[in-house]
Ligand binder design. Structure first.
Ligand code: GLN
Length: 530
């Protein structure tokens, strides 16, 4: 097993995740099997309990792991499916060391960061990598070199390098800022490499984030001061789109450099990625989409949705613009909902908590009554059922018990088995579940099959006691998992599709999620006739 370890310096948010995913993709294009691990040095066991305000979207894996959004980037770039083990956190490591200590596994020894914590980290990395059957395991160490939290992880990878030198390669991602005169400055990079060296880690490759391509002079200066060959100093200048980053790195010879270092020779030439980029750069027209949600000022909170829309647009050959509207603006002034007429489609994403819910319901009502293409995801599905129950079936005050425990019409209610759970990590229905689609439904047409698997993250669901009344009025549940409603649609509308699951987690560049693709097509249709 070969390991490529990606660290970051100078500051966070430089795009280490995209670099990690891009390097992996380029190796995959040469016929190698790649897996990836994200190390998050925080003490939370997983991202499930974190607010999207803190770390962006909580990404959900097939096994129900609630993880950092970088795993979404790995899955999309590498076109693979990962499991919760691929996200290591300080919390997970300590939890397992402490329970081993309680079991007496350490035979009376003093349990310490070195070797017990570091061994736990190395064991896990090696076990996960081996289990994946990959040739290369990409490992991204979250945070910035020098952070107290990441020390045990950096020490563990240092030991791995000592133990199997030929198998471990280090990439350090840094920032090359511009000074007031617009000159590229290398000092922050020099300092962060120095910091890395103090920890016993020597970068093989330096990836420099910068606005414009690195100048030759900057490149050779970094090479000289940081002791890496010039061809191993790579410019990661701003790209039009993150999907272009693999090509930027490739063009500078990084893949060849790494392949030589790993002792690899090309086994295949997979052009799916570069073909997709060609399609991406050859789109025309523009549809206008509006997303009515809560964390609308933080696009990272809905990262997978943005990516899925992009995948759909690439394959539909069109461009799109997204307007983010905080649903509370409709709560405060319901007349503003009329502004939605100017869009080709309305999307209501997932969410938790009562804030802004009534505004989202108004937006859904507008979409239904004006036959504007509508895509509802998770909460966006539950609210479309509430809207329909209130305004079409006539169940006044219908609601979800999440927002009104005493509603006379609890059309959305808590999953029975989740009622008394106290562990915050276990209160939801998470990960892959099957849905059976009704023959002749929009759902079946969209997916082209009658059995699908999609990822979930919810605590509430459609209350089966109301299904008959709702269906008799024209909203049908065309996807089911036994008595769980997975998809709601309104056949009378041109495109009204809402799912309890989150299709955005399985969408891939070059292979868009079917509901997103059909939503994009419906928006194109409306755009043409508008
Ligand atoms: N709050 C809703 C539930 O728990 C919807 C969750 C979501 O949108 N992810 O079921």
């Amino acid at each position: 097993m070969k390991y490529i370890i990606v660290t970051g310096g100078v500051m966070s948010g430089l795009g280490k995740g995209i670099t990690t995913a891009s390097v992996g993709r380029n190796l995959k294009n040469n016929g190698y099997k790649i897996t990836a691990i994200k190390i998050d040095p925080y003490i939370n066991i997983d991202a499930g309990t974190m607010s999207p305000y803190q770390h962006g979207e909580v990404y959900v894996l097939k096994d129900g792991g609630e993880v950092d959004l970088d795993l979404g980037n790995y899955e999309r770039f590498l076109d693979t499916e990962l499991t919760r083990e691929h996200n290591l956190t300080t919390g997970k490591i300590y939890q397992s060391v402490i329970s081993k200590e309680r079991r007496g596994d350490y035979l009376g020894k003093t349990v310490q960061i070195i070797p017990h914590i570091t061994n736990e980290i190395k064991d896990r990395i090696r076990r996960i990598a081996a289990k994946s059957g990959a040739d290369v395991c990409m490992i991204e160490v979250g945070g910035t070199v020098g952070d107290i939290e990441s020390m045990p992880f950096l020490e563990a990878v240092r030991q791995m390098h000592r133990e199997e030198e030929d198998n471990v390669t280090f990439i350090h991602v840094t920032l090359v800022p511009l000074d007031a005169q617009g000159d590229q400055k290398t000092k922050p990079t020099q300092h962060s490499v120095k910091e890395l060296r103090q920890l016993g880690l020597y970068p093989d490759v330096i990836v420099a984030r910068c606005k414009e391509p690195l100048l030759e002079g900057t490149r050779s200066k970094i090479s000289l001061f940081c002791d890496v060959p010039t061809e191993a100093v790579v410019s990661a200048h701003d790209a039009n789109d993150i999907y272009e980053v693999p090509l930027t790195l490739e063009k500078q010879g990084l893949t060849t450099y790494l392949m030589n270092k790993l002792g690899f020779s090309p086994k295949a030439r997979d052009t799916a990625w570069s073909d997709m980029i060609k399609r991406m750069n050859n789109t025309k027209g523009e549809v206008k989409l509006v997303i009515v949600g809560k964390y609308t000022h933080l696009e990272d909170s809905y990262l997978s949705i943005s990516e899925s829309l992009k995948h759909a647009a690439i394959e539909c050959g069109c461009n799109f613009t997204t307007t983010w509207v905080n649903s509370e603006t409709f709560d405060n002034d319901p007349s503003l909902v009329n502004t939605l007429s100017g869009y080709d489609g309305i999307l209501v994403p997932g969410g938790f908590g009562e804030r802004g819910v009534e505004g989202k319901i108004l937006a859904i009502q507008y979409a239904r009554e004006h036959d504007i293409p509508y895509l509802g995801l998770c909460l966006g599905m539950q609210l479309s059922v509430i809207e329909f129950a209130r305004n079409v079936v006539g169940l006044e005050g219908a609601n979800s018990t999440e927002f009104d425990e005493n509603t006379a019409y609890p059309v959305i209610d808590i999953l029975p088995e989740q009622e008394n759970v106290v562990d915050m990590g276990a209160t939801m229905r998470l990960g892959d579940y099957e849905a059976i689609l009704s023959i002749g439904s929009l759902a079946e047409r969209i997916y082209g099959t009658t059995t699908i698997v999609e990822r979930h993250r919810h605590r509430y669901e459609v209350n089966p006691n109301f299904i008959d009344r709702i269906e008799s009025e024209g909203m049908i549940f065309s996807g089911k998992n036994h008595n769980r409603m997975e998809i709601a649609e309104i056949p009378e509308n041109s495109f009204f599709f809402a799912s309890q699951f989150h299709p955005e987690f399985r969408s891939r560049p070059g292979n868009p999620s079917p509901p997103f693709r059909s939503f994009m097509e419906a928006m194109l249709q409306r755009n043409k006739h508008r």
